[in-house]
Ligand binder design. Structure first.
Ligand SMILES: [Zn+2]
Length: 191
């Protein structure tokens, strides 16, 4: 379950929380008990991920269709049966029309952001050079615009990074992101 369960999904009996996690940020129980099934119901995070497509000093951002002027990385949730890489590759294709072999995505970061309406996300983030993608850049579903920015171009623009991006990475700095991504790509090339 990705919401705190009130009822058992198997038999519909009301469940009770039996475990409050020990780590500091979450006070909601994560484990619930169904006495009727004599079994547990778990409240779990939802996995997602994003891709940074890098072209020289520029990286690719998309404008969120929900909030004009706010930009983010192409990102989304994994669907059933997908590996994190496969999910991120699919999102890249759906949001901006670029195809990439999931094997060409290089891991660079993972995070868990603040919950939104009780839903906790965990993100796994990958980088890929523009040259390893194919297709024509075009804003698709979920995006009203897509373009490459250098950090300086973005800072000089009217655009801002969406709060969810800032929450996930702890910064809105594109210099930081570009640095992090290039380190990961260079380390990947050395392997
Ligand atoms: Zn039950």
């Amino acid at each position: 379950m990705n919401q705190p369960p009130e009822y058992c999904p198997y038999c519909g009996t009301a469940v009770t929380g039996v475990d409050t996690p020990v780590h500091s940020v979450v006070e909601t129980p994560m484990i619930y008990r169904c006495e009727s099934c004599d079994d547990y119901v778990f409240y779990n995070p939802t996995p997602g991920g994003s891709a940074v497509v890098v072209d020289g000093e520029s990286l690719l951002l998309v404008e969120d269709f929900r909030s004009p002027g706010e930009w983010k990385l192409p990102s989304g949730r994994m669907e059933l049966g997908e590996s994190p890489r496969e999910g991120v590759a699919r999102e890249l294709c759906e949001e901006i029309g670029l195809s990439v072999d999931p094997a060409d995505l290089t891991y660079f970061y993972d995070e868990s952001g603040e919950p939104v309406e009780n839903q906790y996300m965990v993100g796994i983030d990958y980088a890929v050079p523009r040259a390893k993608t194919t297709g024509t850049l075009e804003a698709g579903s979920d995006a009203t615009d897509a373009r490459f920015f250098t950090p300086d171009e973005f800072a000089a623009s009217e655009c801002s990074m969406k709060y969810t991006h800032v929450d996930r990475f702890g910064t809105d700095s594109l210099d930081w992101l570009l640095c992090k991504v290039r380190d990961a790509l260079e380390a990947g090339d050395r392997r």
